[in-house]
Ligand binder design. Structure first.
Ligand SMILES: C[S@@+](CC[C@H](N)C(=O)[O-])C[C@H]1O[C@@H](n2cnc3c(N)ncnc32)[C@H](O)[C@@H]1O
Length: 291
């Protein structure tokens, strides 16, 4: 079956009402994109950030009457900021379409992330076999790649690792395959925890990885290595806990930080850690050893 896509540009305040109208009109999927090339700044980790102008793309069955949909939008008083665009889309497995574009990537010395549906390029290297499903963490994002490169430089043998905000579990699994003795992976998102468990099984590290919600981490747990790829605001809020989770002389990596936020995050950690910075694109990785 083929589909038609309706792309509508609106101001942020109309996003909810337009989404509801499109769903009521039979849209089978909605996608939000930045309409004005604006840098997205999150204000708080549990709030959904949104751009000021949004392109909302709705996918309708080929037979849907999009002219009627546009009339309904006008009747509802939702002002569009640009002429609506309609296009025909061939059928595909939408939720897994990205799989075709995802190939093994080398992310550090001797460390590869290999999609579970591809063959490793260097079978003798450390290969993390990964299916991120709907969780964050394919290894392609700069924030993840920075953490993986850093992990690959450490001597992890015999170390205990905490992966805070584990998403697909990519960092914890990589640490274990690089020689860590044991790891804990935690995330607020239950779907991420499920995916992390699946990836642990794929990589035969289940017996060395505990995956749980943050509140279920053992009391007083401390890691030799703590890695947290979350968001800057969360890293600041969680600083006392992440500092307490790092053993004395242990190492921390803080990621998910945009360049202009790095000083604020560093301020929350610099009393306890000797910090160093690495940059990639607009992202900063802060690493440090606990004094
Ligand atoms: C940017 S993703 C990182 C995923 C993976 N660790 C990686 O490096 O690709 C951030 C993850 O942190 C989780 N997260 C955000 N805030 C959190 C919090 N306060 N506690 C635990 N997990 C959190 C999100 O659900 C998300 O899965």
């Amino acid at each position: 079956m083929a589909w038609q896509k309706l792309a509508l540009r609106v101001a942020q305040e109309h996003t909810d009402s337009l989404s509801e109208l499109l769903q009521a009109a039979g849209a089978i999927s909605l996608t939000l994109e930045d309409a004005a090339n604006e840098l997205l700044i999150e204000t708080h980790w549990h709030e959904m950030p949104l751009w000021r102008q949004v392109t909302l793309s709705a996918l309708f069955p080929k037979t849907a009457d999009t002219a009627m949909v546009l009339s309904a939008i006008e009747a509802a008083g939702i002002g569009l900021l640009a002429t609506p665009e309609t296009s025909a889309i061939a059928d595909q497995a939408w939720e897994r379409a990205w799989m075709d574009r995802y190939h093994p990537i080398k992310v550090g010395r001797g460390l590869w992330i290999c999609p579970s549906w591809r063959e490793p390029v260097e079978p003798a290297a450390v290969n993390v076999i990964l299916d991120p499903g709907l969780a964050f963490g394919t290894g392609t994002h700069a924030t993840t790649a920075l953490c993986l490169e850093w992990l690959a430089e450490l001597d992890l043998h015999g170390r205990q690792v905490i992966d805070y905000g584990c998403g697909s579990g990519i960092l914890a699994v990589a640490a274990l395959k690089l020689g860590a003795a044991r790891a804990w992976a935690t995330d607020l998102d239950p779907q991420a925890l499920e995916v992390a468990r699946e990836n642990a099984a794929r990589n035969q590290v289940v017996d060395r990885l505990s995956v749980c919600e943050p509140a279920q981490l053992p009391m007083g747990l401390q890691g030799d290595v703590v890695v947290a790829n979350i968001l800057a605001t969360a890293l600041v809020e969680l600083a006392p806990m992440l500092i307490a989770c790092t053993r004395n002389h242990g190492q921390i990596a803080l990621s998910g930080i945009m360049a202009h936020q790095a000083d604020d995050v560093a301020d929350a950690y610099r009393d306890t850690f000797e910090l160093a910075r690495r940059n990639r694109e607009d992202w900063v990785l802060l690493t440090g050893r606990k004094r």
